[in-house]
Design a binder for this molecule. Structure first.
Ligand SMILES: [Zn+2]
Ligand SMILES: [Zn+2]
Length: 790
């Protein structure tokens, strides 16, 4: 028998190894192995078992790592899909499907040494002082623990020492809540779909290698009932989506299947986790709920992962990478806040967990529920086209009204006040009123720091980062200038640093959360104000502590960045203020409007979740922008209609799919020339795939005019589709300087490709990457379905 192995060192190739007779029983698809490679020994993963190899003189596998195959055949198949679609190597994809803590050769369960005092034969021998101290501790503790045991308070016995990140939390079981008619109708649809999936009896028990051989070409469509449904659950903030998730999971468990729940990292609060644990920690469906996210220690992650692999935990709740949890059989995948950009991984493989969820659901016969109050245009477009089933919850679960949203025109306020005030008259009045009524206020500004730039009014000097093309942000509490891209720090100067100027009257322009907090404490000296942004959170539990203080009423006004925009539920918050609503509109990104709409809706959703009706004050310099006006009216459908028209005109996603190619290097000219070269290669290679016409390849390719392109929106002016016959709708835009031309000392130039047939394009791009010759100090990144264009 021969094993085909991908190695951890990325080589974009598979290698054949002999399986020595003594390892034959242990090696199957997905097994992690150590193999010789040149003079080295490297780790790899078995991707197939074959009878014969085209190569001779095969070397043998050295050893099998781990008792159980770590990568299940279905996850392996998913990894291959990721490599194909996102244009990365299988090795890179395989790396991200297994947590680091599980992948390591040495990883294991925690071993602990136990010391027990043995009966003494005679007198205690002579001990050093240190030895004596330790002996005393053992003796004393033994006595004390035995006494506690006598009292029936503790039990003593051997035990596996499993790390539980949530140990010590008292979790009270909860019962399913009564649903309103809208919720019940939505749940019904999901349950019908789960029920329609055939039972996978015995699948989990079968450990035989023969049955588990993965065949990437085998289609999941052999299910007699057809592929399972993908639902888009569009429910306004407070409409009770989580309760639907919980009851749908219960249904999957009844069927003997497990579930994965993805939530954005930032929403993965103890509150959220508790809600899931509380529902499933007791009762007839009792199962372990495993949690996977980046704040776990490596050991905790290892243990949580193996609880899932062993089938002891059948519900997994986690951030992005939890989509690869080895739940088997899988009945349901929930992606909460599906519009969140944090589901996209910003390093290779650049996968989008929501899209991977849909693919995995189809592969494994699991129903997928995408939930959001502000669905992404991509998902809503799919629902409109009938690819997803749309479920809507237009009302809040408890029949509370949506908050009243007022938009304040800050241009008028500026005129009144001669200068730009932080707070409009209206917002000040409303805050005063809430403080009098002992209600709570949340103020939102998506920019941290005190001032956004340091400027000299005399000579025009602006303090810029030496590594990036951005101005440094002034953080007053630390008296430092910081770069928010590369974390460069400098002392804040007191004179203009320009040697010829030395003006002492330098100014700090712009506004950040620190200044909002500062101004509030001056305006409302008796109010208890706290700030929540990444600067204010120093220790691991700060986030939790500040939210706890807010919940118990120890804080009157909470100021924060997007950190406070998500999923928080505080019944006493009756006013939400948005300081600069149009901040996110002025980004060089075709999704700027969508982002603004989402942010305003999510932040507004924090108001009025208790007895008293909520109010939202939105301050804006472009108050009539559609994204702001539709958010004011809580009108998602209206926003979608006008936004999709704009995307249609410019052929931007979701009307097409995009791939962003970024070239970077320290020499700007080299980067620019390389980008031109890449464009030419793509034109050639994408055309070569055609079988009908092969000659007119580069005829209509338009001349590259990179220098003339502006870094501002639209970063990618429409170009004439070149004659690429394999992909007739391919649009190649650029090269153009990236919106952030220089980051961390690297210059960046971009090309954006758009087509409806991304899988085809990905394959062509893989070819381009193989054959491309770039200067050594210029690198190329491919981002399929990018969400960050900077
Ligand atoms: Zn100056
Ligand atoms: Zn920087």
């Amino acid at each position: 028998m021969i094993a085909r192995v991908t190695l951890e060192i990325a080589l974009r190739k598979e290698f054949d190894y002999l399986i020595p007779p003594e390892l034959r029983a242990q090696v199957e698809v997905g097994t992690r192995v150590k193999v010789p490679f040149g003079p080295r020994q490297v780790m790899g993963c078995v991707t197939a078992l074959v009878e014969e190899s085209p190569h001779t003189n095969l070397r043998a596998i050295l050893k099998v790592v781990g008792a159980q195959s770590l990568v299940t055949p279905s996850i392996l198949k998913l990894a291959r899909w990721i490599a194909d679609y996102y244009c990365c190597s299988v090795e890179a994809a395989l790396k991200s499907v297994l947590p680091e803590a599980v992948r390591k050769e040495k990883a294991g369960w925690r071993e602990r040494l136990f010391a027990r005092a043995l009966p003494l034969a005679g007198d205690l021998p002579r001990l050093t002082r240190r030895q004596q101290e330790v002996w005393n501790v053992i003796e004393e503790w033994r006595e004390t623990v035995r006494k506690l045991e006598d009292k029936g308070l503790v039990s003593i016995g051997p035990q596996i020492s499993e790390r539980d990140p949530y140990a010590g939390e008292l979790i009270l079981p909860t019962q399913p809540l009564a649903l309103n008619a809208e919720q019940a109708a939505a749940l019904q649809k999901i349950i019908e779909s789960i029920d329609a999936q055939p039972e996978k009896a015995g699948k989990r028990e079968s450990g035989k290698a023969g049955e588990q051989v993965c065949d990437a070409s085998s289609s999941p469509a052999r299910l007699p009932t057809g592929p399972p449904a993908v639902f888009l659950l569009h429910g306004v903030t407070g409409s009770g989506k989580t309760e639907i998730y919980l009851q749908a999971i219960a249904c999957a468990l009844q069927q003997g299947r497990g579930a994965i729940v993805l939530v954005p990292e930032i929403s993965l609060t103890p509150q959220t986790v508790e809600r899931f644990k509380a529902r499933f920690c007791s009762g007839p469906l009792q199962t372990l709920v495993a949690v996977l996210h980046s704040h776990l220690s490596a050991g905790e992650r290892h243990d949580e992962w193996h609880k899932i692999r062993q089938g002891r935990a059948r519900i997994v709740i986690g951030a992005r990478s939890a989509i690869f949890a080895p739940v088997d059989p899988l009945g349901l995948i929930v992606v909460d806040e599906e519009h969140e950009y944090s589901y996209k991984q910003e390093e290779a493989p650049r996968y989008h967990a929501r899209d991977v969820a849909v693919v995995r659901g189809q592969m494994e016969g699991a129903v997928v529920v995408l939930g959001s109050a502000t669905p992404s245009l991509e998902s809503f477009h799919n629902a409109q086209k009938g690819k997803y089933s749309l479920l809507q919850l237009p009302h809040r679960a408890d029949d509370r009204k949506m908050p009243l949203v007022r938009v304040i025109d800050m241009r008028q306020e500026s005129r009144k006040e001669k200068g730009t005030p932080i707070f409009s008259q209206k917002l000040k009045e409303e805050i005063t009123l809430r403080l009098e009524r002992r209600e709570q206020v949340m103020l939102f500004l998506n920019r941290r720091g005190y001032a956004t730039s340091l400027q000299c009014p005399k000579c025009g000097f602006v303090a810029e980062c030496p590594n990036c093309s951005v101005a440094l942000t002034y953080h007053r509490s630390r008296q430092r200038l910081l770069c928010h891209i590369c974390a460069y720090e400098a002392q804040a100067p007191t004179l203009c640093p320009n040697g010829k100027c030395r003006n002492p009257a330098i100014r700090y322009a712009g506004l950040g959360t620190e200044k909002v907090e500062d101004t509030l404490t001056k305006l409302f000296p008796r109010a208890r104000v706290r700030r929540m942004d990444s600067d204010a959170l120093k220790r691991k539990d700060d986030y939790r502590r500040i939210l706890g203080d807010f919940r118990t009423g120890k804080i009157d006004i909470l100021v924060g960045t997007q950190m406070i925009a998500k999923g928080l539920h505080f019944p006493n918050v009756t006013l939400v203020g948005i300081i600069y609503a149009d901040l996110s509109l002025h980004q060089p990104d075709f999704r700027a409007g969508e982002r603004t709409f989402q942010l305003l809706t999510q932040v507004s959703g924090r108001a009025g979740r208790g007895e008293v009706e909520g109010e939202v004050v939105v301050q804006a310099f472009t108050p009539f922008h559609p994204a702001i006006q539709y958010a004011r009216r809580h009108d998602f459908a209206g926003f979608y209609e006008q936004e999709i028209e704009f995307r249609e005109q410019l052929k931007y996603p979701p009307v097409s799919r995009a791939a962003l190619l970024t070239l970077k290097g320290r020499n700007e000219e080299k980067v620019r020339l390389s980008a031109d070269h890449v464009r030419k290669e793509i034109e050639k290679l994408a055309g070569r795939g055609s079988q009908k016409v092969g000659k007119r390849e580069s005829e209509s390719a338009e001349p590259v005019k990179s220098g003339a392109m502006s870094a501002h929106f639209p970063a990618f002016p429409l170009s004439q589709p070149p004659a690429l016959h394999a992909l007739p709708d391919l649009i190649i835009a650029g090269p153009a300087p990236a919106p952030l031309l220089r980051a961390e000392t690297y210059y960046r130039y971009q090309l954006m490709l758009r087509t409806r047939q991304m899988s085809k394009l990905s394959r062509s791009l893989a070819n381009v990457l193989e054959t491309l010759s770039l200067p050594e100090d210029v690198s190329l990144m491919v981002d399929v379905d990018p969400v960050n264009l900077a």
